[in-house]
Design a protein around this ligand. Structure first.
Ligand SMILES: N[C@@H](CCC(=O)N[C@@H](CS)C(=O)NCC(=O)O)C(=O)O
Length: 314
């Protein structure tokens, strides 16, 4: 991580832990939104922003899926880091599916953070919405970026779509918060637990949430009913990484998503939507998680599993 703008030691996956060994994720620090002037500039053909992402990262992939669903690709170009977390954090290399390094002016993601704030202290995370002219981070919080895409850039949507319908927002926020705590972030709490107690607690949370979602999806197509919402995107990115990465490397191994009837049906429904399929990259996901040296010192990447839904990937 960066301390006072200086890269410290080697990259370490464990961000912070409490006294029982529970993993604690840092809060995001750049939280600006886009205004009418930004929309006008984009409409007039200017391209003042770039989205920096990792395809391994579920939080970044939420944003990529929404960007594709709304048809905002042409307005927000992306730069993709290599999947492996190096001793210097995210890096730009010629890994297949990443942005070739001669198309990126930076070597490491942390350079964007120190340009934005020369005394930045914290982790250099993705996703990042970058201001190309002022050379600073606009926003590095995926929950905000989803709102920027859904609300701030509404006028530019090529496919009109409402991911946060007013009538459902309150229910979505409550459900999203629980799914985040027990499952989206719960898998990281299992993987990066520093004690048996912290792992056991995370494992119980993950599977009680999956059991609850299995029951919920027995009665309805999507999480909130018949309409696809942001909550589905948030859940999807975790499900897409579960059997290929979390089950093995994070020891979230009571069962796989493909073992659940309704969750598996729901996942198959979503993966057949173009915006979901084209932003799911199995090579990046596997290489990324299995490159975490603290969890996998040999760096060997498993060959399997081979799942039936891979046939839908682009
Ligand atoms: N709150 C952030 C979290 C982003 C985050 O934790 N990204 C991870 C990748 S999945 C990251 O970049 N980690 C780099 C690091 O920890 O050094 C968001 O949702 O946008």
């Amino acid at each position: 991580m960066l301390i006072n703008g200086q890269w410290q030691k080697k990259w370490d996956p464990v961000q912070k832990q409490d006294k029982e060994g529970r993993f604690i994720r840092q809060t995001s620090s750049f939280r600006q939104r886009l205004d009418a002037t930004s929309v006008l500039r984009l409409k007039n053909g200017e391209r003042p922003y770039t989205l920096y992402v990792a395809l391994i990262c579920p939080w970044a992939t939420r944003v990529l899926i929404a960007r594709s669903l709304f048809g905002l690709e042409e307005y927000l170009p992306v730069k993709i880091v290599a999947p492996a977390l190096t001793d210097y954090g995210w890096q730009f290399t010629d890994f297949p599916g990443a942005t070739p390094k001669d198309e990126v002016e930076f070597h490491y993601m942390h350079e964007l953070y120190t340009l934005s704030d020369p005394s930045f202290t914290g982790r250099a995370t993705v996703p990042v919405l970058w201001d190309n002219e002022n050379r600073c981070i606009v926003n590095n919080e995926s929950a905000d970026l989803l709102k920027i895409l859904n609300d701030d850039l509404r006028e530019l949507h090529q496919h009109p779509f409402q991911l946060r319908p007013q009538s459902l927002v309150a229910e979505m926020d409550t459900l999203d918060e629980r799914i985040y705590r027990k499952l989206n972030n719960g898998v990281y709490q299992a993987g990066f637990a520093q004690s048996q107690t912290a792992y056991d607690e995370a494992y119980a949370n993950i599977f009680s949430m999956l059991d609850e979602l299995e029951e919920r999806l027995a009665h309805q197509r999507y999480l909130l009913g018949e309409q696809l919402t942001e909550s589905d995107i948030r859940l999807f990115v975790t499900l897409a990484r579960f059997d290929v990465a979390y089950y093995g490397i994070f020891k979230a191994n009571r069962q796989q998503i493909s073992d659940f009837t309704h969750l598996n049906r729901y996942f198959h429904d979503l993966i057949q939507i173009d915006a979901f399929a084209k932003n799911t990259n199995i090579e990046h996901i596997k290489t990324g998680y299995y490159s975490i040296k603290a969890l996998n010192p040999t760096q060997i990447i498993p060959k399997g599993p081979h799942l039936d839904w891979f046939k839908y990937l682009k």
